[in-house]
Design a protein around this ligand. Structure first.
Ligand code: ATP
Length: 236
């Protein structure tokens, strides 16, 4: 098992947002986390990447205690987080943004290799490599945010709402590329409002409700589950 979350409690001040969740991620998987607004999905990702600290419980990565490391050490250990809302550096070029994603590495050859791979995954980024990130479309900025995450050679990519606000055609492209990234060996943990698309590419999924995991199953079983359909798939 690559990532093991056990009895994870996370608080904002006195208010507990996660009430002791357990979640496992195996190497090579795509895991989808479903849940309504405020269920605790972003909180889960922020805690894995060390931006929030658990009040109780543990996160093990390859058996090591991740929850004791600082955020930059967690990136260096092999976990990259693509936050909600993209957050690219708008006054830097595409290429400069990508280079910043490699801040944990001194291996120029690896950096070059990663950059070539990212330009292969997202050819539009190569075309626009000297353009300021702030002038890119929303979809291109999302591609850049994913590319920047990949620059650190992650074993796990945490994605928070990668399809938010994108046109349907672009959503399809992003999901296809995520599948490609996974097939290249990167494990994905995917938080998505677009639950149907997420489950279609995922191997397994977890359903979060107000800070608790209430259901976990294969993606196929979740897609067929009547409660999941009613709550997250528009009843279809
Ligand atoms: P969304 O899709 O709306 O982002 P989510 O499932 O990602 O939802 P979280 O953002 O993890 O949910 O929020 C979980 C709970 O923690 C919510 O009750 C939310 O109001 C609360 N919360 C989140 N961020 C903060 C914060 N910075 N300070 C206080 N409470 C917060």
């Amino acid at each position: 098992m690559l990532l093991k979350i056990e009895n994870l409690h996370v608080k904002y001040g006195n208010i507990e947002a996660l009430h002791g969740i357990n979640l496992d991620v195996n190497e090579g998987e795509i895991i989808s986390i479903l849940g309504a607004n405020g269920a605790g999905k972003s909180t889960t990702l922020l805690t894995i990447s060390g931006l929030l600290r658990p009040s109780e419980g543990s996160i093990l990565f390859n058996g090591d205690a991740l929850h004791k490391l600082k955020a930059h050490q967690i990136v260096a250990a092999g976990i990259a987080h693509i936050p909600e809302g993209r957050r690219v550096f708008s006054t830097l070029t595409v290429q400069e943004n990508l280079r910043l994603g490699a801040f944990t590495s001194a291996d120029q050859q690896q950096i070059q290799k990663n950059q070539e791979w990212i330009y292969e995954l997202f050819p539009i980024l190569e075309e626009r490599r000297n353009q300021l990130a702030g002038t890119l479309s929303g979809g291109e900025q999302q591609m850049l945010a994913i590319g920047r995450g990949l620059m650190s050679s992650p074993k796990i990519l945490l994605l928070d709402e990668p399809s938010l606000g994108l046109a349907p055609i672009l959503v399809k492209t992003i999901f296809q590329t995520l599948k490609q990234i996974n097939q290249a060996g990167v494990t994905l943990v995917l938080v998505e409002q677009n639950a149907r698309m997420a489950l279609k590419i995922a191997h397994r999924g977890y359903v979060l409700e107000v800070g608790n995991i209430v259901l976990q199953d294969t993606a196929q079983a979740l897609l067929a589950n009547q409660d999941v359909q009613n709550a997250y798939l528009g009843g279809a």
